[in-house]
Design a protein around this ligand. Structure first.
Ligand code: ADP
Length: 514
């Protein structure tokens, strides 16, 4: 790239940031309730920063019970009408909402990058695209909300089941892929005839509010409501509200368990997408032209490793270990860390001080572990521009025992460990040796080994010879402590956002079929 082009990119980055900042300032202090962006009842706000330079980009309301109650009451009122709108019409409105997001995509992705620190080109733009795709898909699937007829023992008795919305749905979302996770919850819920109240993550509230504002223009007031706040103050009363009949959550295991416990007394169903400590496995016969870039894609380094599906434990068969490590480290050197708003940047900034400290904490453990080797990264960048934000390079380590916290805990930062193995059986046991069961990736040319791995691996999202991110129309969810239920496909709408009645109608025959 020439110096002149760099200057153009940097100028464009500044303009992008300024435009997005104008939007976050406009959204500052607001919630979306009853079709309107309005001031929250909560008096207090909290600051939201851009992780790339720690500048304050706005204030989000610290909503508590009062705002929760208002949002849920509004959603409950809207539900009475929304459930009577024909499913096809609900779907059409959602598809229009997808069109509206598409028409505003350039600004949506900028606000997303400013809010999260995720790089515009590699993350914010694709996430905006997949959010449009998912919204459109659920809009199209609204016609699939069908019940079943049940064979009857008597011709005078009609037996069937209905497929009905459940009521007000509460969504609680994290900051790492806020738009995609938002639409993964609201699009199927709304298509199915429910109304929703979503609590955004405190680290990245504005991109979701901005998206909701755009979608809301195509929906009746009160169908889609968005509030902000902290977990205990806002998330808890939202889950516990008696009118909330379904909860859908993405986030950490500990909070998922808390949310399930809040919902339990009212027997309210809960969908949970939680963490992962996912294996990426390379067998000695693998095509390394697929495996080496696949491991890097799998680590989600361009999202700073902040992905539940990140393949953070790389198991490589001993005979090809050095070759794989050399190939991966050579490619990691190509990842350009920098200003998230700059088109030239591959990898942006870690979301928050807390997450940044978390990465530093695990790296300190690594640096203090005898035999641990830093194969790539492992130090904060020396560029003073990057010192202004939460930047940390892609990092690859080896020499850590499987029992190390680095091999056991979900770090949610750009840190992966590589481990050699000789025995396939032993490797599978080790790969499964975590409480999580979210994703797993294997590279091999041996179909029989691939099938054995699919059979024995304890994960809900299993890939062979690739490691792509979850996407629309591909059912996604974890086993073990990684969650409850699947998302992103038709079954998620039917299984998680509807209930059914079994109906038996008799034309007037006494004791039919008895
Ligand atoms: P992460 O570690 O990715 O930040 P968390 O699980 O802490 O994930 O947070 C995910 C979402 O859950 C956020 O919107 C957060 O505010 C919310 N949350 C955190 N604690 C609670 C709680 N006790 N009750 C309800 N929601 C919570």
């Amino acid at each position: 790239m020439t110096d002149l082009a760099m200057t153009d990119n940097q100028t464009a980055a500044m303009q992008n940031a300024a435009q997005a900042l104008a939007e976050t300032r406009r959204l500052s202090g607001k919630v979306l309730i009853d079709g309107q962006l309005r001031k929250a009842q909560a008096e207090e706000n909290f600051e939201v920063i851009h992780p790339g330079d720690l500048s304050v980009i706005g204030q989000a309301p610290k909503c508590g019970k009062a705002d929760v109650d208002t949002a849920v009451e509004v959603a409950h009122k809207a539900f009475v009408k929304w459930k009577t709108v024909a499913a096809r019409d609900r779907g059409r409105m959602l598809q229009k909402a997808a069109d509206a997001i598409e028409a505003n995509a350039a600004m949506v992705e900028r606000v997303l990058a400013l809010d999260t620190g995720n790089a515009l080109r590699t993350q914010a733009r694709p996430e905006t695209g997949s959010s449009i795709d998912l919204t459109r898909m659920f809009g199209g699937l609204a016609g699939e909300l069908k019940g079943e007829t049940i064979p009857s023992a008597h011709p005078d008795v009609l037996q069937y089941s209905t497929r009905d919305p459940v009521g007000v749905v509460a969504g609680i979302i994290p900051w790492n892929a806020p738009l995609f996770l938002f639409v993964a919850k609201v699009a199927p819920a709304i298509a199915a005839g429910n109304t929703v109240v979503v609590k955004t993550a405190e680290q990245a509230p504005f991109c979701v509010l901005f998206l909701a504002e755009i979608m809301n223009r195509e929906l009746p007031p009160g169908v889609l409501n968005v509030i902000s706040g902290y977990g205990e103050d806002c998330g808890k009363p939202l889950v516990e509200h008696p009118a909330v009949r379904k909860v859908t959550f993405t986030g950490s295991l500990a909070v998922g368990q808390a949310i399930a416990s809040y919902a339990a007394p009212k027997l309210c169903p809960v969908t949970l997408e939680l963490g992962g400590k996912n294996p990426s496995i390379v067998l000695q016969d693998a095509d390394l032209d697929l495996a080496i870039p696949g491991i890097i894609d799998g680590m989600r380094y361009t999202r700073q490793g902040q992905a539940c599906t990140a393949g953070t434990r790389v198991f490589v068969q001993e005979s090809i270990y050095d070759q794989v490590v050399a190939g991966v480290t050579a490619k990691l050197a190509d990842i350009k860390l920098g200003n998230p708003m700059d088109e030239a940047t591959d990898m942006g900034a870690i979301i928050s001080a807390e997450q940044f400290q978390r990465t530093l904490h695990y790296m300190e453990i690594a640096h203090n572990t005898p035999d641990a080797r830093v194969l790539f990264g492992g130090q904060r960048p020396s560029d003073p521009e990057l010192g202004k934000g939460y930047f940390y390079p892609p990092t690859l380590l080896d020499g850590l025992p499987l029992t190390s916290e680095l091999c056991q805990d979900e770090i949610f930062g750009p840190v992966a460990t590589v481990l050699p193995f000789t025995s396939f059986d032993e490797m599978i046991v080790n790969a499964n040796d975590t409480p999580y069961g979210l994703a797993a990736n294997l590279w091999t040319r041996d179909l029989s080994r691939a099938m054995e791995y699919v059979d024995r691996i304890e994960a809900g999202f299993v890939q062979v010879n690739q490691c792509v991110a979850p996407r629309s129309n591909v059912s996604y969810g974890g086993l073990k402590m990684s969650g409850l239920g699947k998302e992103y496909a038709l079954d998620s709408m039917l299984n998680h956002f509807t209930c059914s009645k079994t109906v038996l109608i008799n034309r007037g025959t006494p004791n039919p079929g008895l």
